[in-house]
Write a protein that binds this ligand. Sequence first.
Ligand code: CTP
Length: 414
Amino acid sequence: MPPTGARPGSVLRVVLGVSGGIAAYKACELLRLFTESGHDVTVVPTAAALEFVGAPTWSALSGKPVSTDVWSNVHQVPHVRIGQSADLVVVTPATADVLAKAAHGLADDLLTNTLLTARCPVVFAPAMHTEMWEHPATRANVATLRERGCLVIEPAEGRLTGKDTGKGRLPEPPEIFDTCREVLARGTTTPDLAGRRVVVSAGGTREYLDPVRFLGNRSSGLQGYALARAAAARGAEVTLVAANTSLPDPAGVKVVRVETTGQLRDEVVSAAASADAVVMAAAPADFRPVDPSGTKIKKAADGFAPSIDLTQNPDILHELSTERARPGQVIVGFAAETGDDTGSVLDLARAKLARKGCDLLVVNDVSGGAVFGSPENEAVILAADGAAVEVPRGSKAALAHVVWDEVTRRLASR
Ligand code: CTP
């Protein structure tokens, strides 16, 4: 597990670097999320960060003294000790300036010294105006940091400091927190999916009978979101095609929202054209009404219920698998099975893997509806080459990482 001294379940030493952007106030919430989870947080703001949020706030929320320079408590050698003893350094918000300093190894304050001495995973959550994020200098600095193994979370799109909108907004603190938890659980930011584009589908599609009623299913989208978050934490460029979910956008992930199986198919196929891997964690409705009513269907006076003709939806996984958009693309399906009198869960899953033609099939035993909406999952990952990996009951995040481990191995060998 963690090579850097991170101890799951124990108190972890987190350094929260804060640089001088208006989003510094959001780092207070991130700090609370870490401390309320029992972690030991040392806040290291830059001098510019203190223009936005003062040292007393950081000190009160972390329960520790706060300094920005290397001249306080010199006998404790803080410019070396803080970085050396950290399990995780997360810089939120990371300005263009701090990214540039980190990329070039400058060390003119406590935060930049800490970044040079840290040997643990380092996460940057940038926030800045779109022009600054897109500037070639920033692009080069981000690329350098990623090459060195840092995780630089893609900023979100949305309202910026002024009236303008665009890419450069800080992802929401709970999402940055979840990404950090991914990194802490893995113990590394080694970006083994860096430079890879992946597509994940999540949620359950709806097929409308009329403007207010639909056929749907119980998929919560949690597993797909965990897959998207895990892939982003491993450096991938992630498109999440989400069907009818009410979950917050994972940090650094492009989210495309859909409702029906037809829309899901179009968005997934379009994104798959440039993807290295596609994971179909969504539960698409298999059938749709042939002729949905444009107006609300009324109860009949004679008490008869309407009969609704259904037609079959496209099988997206089968299409992706049989018409591979790119050579070497890895396609992963999910199967929720109960087993029946024709075969066990694994018998049915093996047959489904062959029928769909995908590389990997993540099989859940859902007898009793155990998985839906639960934060946990257990599965067997079947491979087209006959291999099987059992994943014991654990978090959906843990299962997501095993899926990406399997995908990464296959991508590397193609
Ligand atoms: N899937 C898909 N398109 C569909 C239905 C399912 O891409 N129209 C994908 C799901 O996202 C999942 C996998 O296929 O990754 C298996 O889903 P499942 O519902 O088990 O497959 P079905 O073909 O519908 O099989 P069954 O007849 O057992 O329901």
